[in-house]
Design a protein around this ligand. Structure first.
Ligand code: PGA
Length: 252
């Protein structure tokens, strides 16, 4: 049985005072035995957020990681640094990093490798644009993104991945994928893993893109949707806690 996982991606938001307010509300509301919860703040706040979360059974994650170990890489943050700060998770290959910062399938593979090597759990993001979906190429694009990492890692290592299907047209737009659309793509991704000999029954595939407390239950009820990667709604304690509660209800 795959335990539901809800991950908050704060993106480039927050400051120390606002984080404190959000965290104290989260501690009251977002805890549940039945669900795994993680929060990914911006790098400068990992320490602040991690100190609070560690008392609450909520895991800490980062939004990005360098593929390099250490040395002359100005502006980069290494996997060892993330581990040192208490991170368990790291988001890799988010569409904003792919489109705005030029990350390619090769970069993403290198980052996933580096994360695994240091004991971080990578959340590999995949997803298609609206134009790609409308051209009937959604599976081709997503399948290609999955394949490039899986073939680079090999089937045994790839079984350690967590994936997040995030259709780009649904991110930050309020236009959530329908439960059927999301389930179909999650099923496709799991089948794709299986065809690459990856033992996929324990691999969690999260959905991301305009998830809210109102639409989460229906998504979580789908057999291949194992949780959510939440952007905007993770910045308000009530919204994020509502999503965590929806996951707990489905898991019960
Ligand atoms: P959103 O973002 O929930 O604001 O749509 C999701 C994500 O980008 O991970």
């Amino acid at each position: 049985m795959r335990k539901k996982l809800v991950v908050g991606n704060w993106k480039m938001n927050g400051n120390r005072a606002r984080n404190d307010v959000l965290l104290s509300a989260l501690l009251e509301e977002a805890r549940s035995e039945a669900v795994e919860v993680a929060v990914c703040p911006p790098f400068p706040y990992l320490d602040q957020v991690g100190r609070v979360l560690s008392e609450a059974g909520i895991a800490l994650g980062a939004q990005n990681v360098s593929s390099f170990e250490a040395g002359a890489y100005t502006g980069e943050v290494s996997p060892a640094m993330l581990v040192d700060l208490g991170c368990a998770w790291v988001i890799v290959g988010h569409s904003e990093r792919r489109t705005l910062f030029g990350e390619t399938d090769e970069t993403v593979l290198a980052k996933v490798r580096a994360a695994l090597e240091f004991g971080l759990k990578p959340i590999l993001c995949v997803g298609e644009t609206l134009a790609q979906r409308e051209a009937g190429n959604a599976e081709l694009v997503v399948g290609g993104q999955v394949d490039s990492v899986v073939s680079g890692l090999g089937a045994d290592v790839a079984a350690q991945l967590t994936l997040a299907y995030e259709p780009i047209w649904a991110i930050g737009t309020g236009r959530v994928a329908s439960p059927d659309q999301a389930q179909a793509m999650h099923r496709f991704i799991r089948a794709r893993l299986e065809s690459a000999q990856v033992a996929s029954s324990e691999v969690r595939i999260l959905y991301g893109g305009s998830v809210t407390a109102d639409n989460a239950s229906e998504l979580f009820a789908q057999p291949d949707i194992d949780g959510a990667l939440v952007g905007g709604a993770s910045l308000a304690a009530a919204g994020f806690s509502g999503i965590c509660r929806a996951a707990a209800v489905v898991a019960a």
